[in-house]
Ligand binder design. Structure first.
Ligand SMILES: [Zn+2]
Length: 119
């Protein structure tokens, strides 16, 4: 069921709201997601709102440099990204959401290593 969640990085500089369904959680085995060990949900742009920390948002790009991987420049936590295959969408790091235990969701694996979806 879709619900409104509040999320933040560790130091609290970056704050956002996202409307999502935890049942859509997934992990990805591309080289970047493997190292992040992130559990994510992909949502349309209109379901995401950045509340604070735009000036604290770092940007990491690699490979084709289309996807935008954002993190907090102060505490280093990955908060959300814009996927290469769907640049109008947001990939949300569920570990950043208040009251969500991302590891308990048992998310399926997206084979990003073959598709290089997140690059
Ligand atoms: Zn931070």
């Amino acid at each position: 069921m879709e619900k409104q969640y509040h999320g933040s990085c560790h130091c609290g500089a970056v704050q956002f709201e996202a409307k999502l369904d935890l049942a859509d959680a997934m992990t990805c085995n591309c080289s970047l997601c493997s190292k992040k060990n992130a559990v994510m949900v992909r949502i349309p742009g209109e379901d995401f709102k950045l509340l604070a920390g735009e000036d604290q948002l770092g940007l990491y790009q690699w490979n084709t440099k289309v996807a935008k991987h954002h993190f907090c420049k102060n505490c280093g936590i990955y908060t959300f990204h814009r996927p290469r295959s769907a640049p109008d969408k947001f990939g949300i790091n569920l570990a950043c959401l208040d009251g969500v235990d991302a590891r308990s969701l048992n998310p399926p694996l997206l084979d990003g290593a073959s598709l290089s979806l997140e690059a």
